[in-house]
Design a protein around this ligand. Structure first.
Ligand SMILES: Nc1ncnc2c1ncn2[C@@H]1O[C@H](COP(=O)(O)OP(=O)(O)OP(=O)(O)O)[C@@H](O)[C@H]1O
Length: 247
């Protein structure tokens, strides 16, 4: 049996009187892309925030590559190879693409790298990931949302992340930018050494890029199927049926 890259077992989370997550069992295998879908308020972001060490669960365990762990913080999770690309991306607008690629990460490991070497490495790495930018010396502020997102993903991969958590990377993006992110994820899939959990609202894109889909409804996982074994109709029907039940 494959050991999951990241697993949640019986996770629960409450915010005061509100139960945001109950008995969550979820896993992502090495090299697998898992799509996490569900209505607004279903608990997707809360789950991602638990998996990246930002929130502590009230019950349950997190297992990283077969080892049960308590994720004390985002930095702790990152040190275990779990990296999150946030909505705001945490890029520094005033710095160049290549400086951002090295920020807080490779500079530690490569303290003696000079600018030219950093630039070359960043160029090569982005190219390897299929992200084509005319110039990695340009300030991040001058790039489009999709390009910025692609750089944030590339930076996480470059930092030896084993599991990448993407919270709505396609939200508020145009078709061209969205395609770029999907291409980066496809490229990761081809490489097969990084697992991805991606929250997305566009089910067609989820089915296109993910190996497996989990549906979160009212803080519970109610559906777990391989993308090849489900369809847009099935996913839409599930969500619509739930919406009708609640009215
Ligand atoms: N820090 C918090 N304090 C109190 N309640 C919270 C907090 N974070 C989330 N919640 C609540 O937990 C529930 C789940 O929220 P969450 O953001 O995880 O949902 P979601 O599925 O990501 O929704 P969306 O798609 O709208 O982002 C919601 O009812 C939300 O209001």
């Amino acid at each position: 049996m494959t050991t999951a890259a990241l697993q949640a077992r019986g996770i629960a989370k409450r915010f005061g009187a509100l139960t945001a997550l109950s008995d969550i069992n979820l896993h992502v295998d090495p090299g697998e892309v898992l799509g996490l879908i569900g209505d607004n308020g279903a608990g997707k972001s809360t789950l991602i925030k638990i998996l990246c060490g930002y929130h502590q669960p009230d019950a349950g365990q997190i297992v990283v590559a077969g080892q049960e762990v308590t994720l004390r913080s985002v930095d702790h999770a990152r040190s275990l190879g779990i990296d999150t690309v946030y909505q705001d991306l945490a890029l520094i607008n005033e710095l160049s693409v290549y400086h951002n690629m090295f920020l807080n990460r490779e500079l530690v490991r490569w303290p003696l790298l000079n600018n030219r070497a950093m630039k070359r490495r960043a160029e090569r790495h982005l190219k390897d990931m299929g992200v084509n930018l005319p110039d990695v010396g340009v300030e991040v502020a001058k790039l489009s949302g999709g390009q910025r997102q692609a750089i944030a993903v590339a930076r996480s991969v470059y930092s030896d992340a084993k599991v990448l958590l993407l919270d709505e990377p396609l939200a508020a993006m145009g078709a061209k930018e969205g395609t770029m992110i999907l291409d980066v994820i496809r490229d990761l899939k081809r490489r097969g050494d990084v697992s991805v959990i991606i929250i997305a609202h566009n089910y067609a894109q989820v089915l296109d890029v993910c190996d497996r889909v989990n549906l979160l409804q009212h803080g519970r996982i109610t559906f777990d199927k391989r993308a090849a074994d489900t369809s847009l109709e099935e996913l839409t029907d599930l969500v619509v049926a739930d919406y009708r039940r609640r009215r």
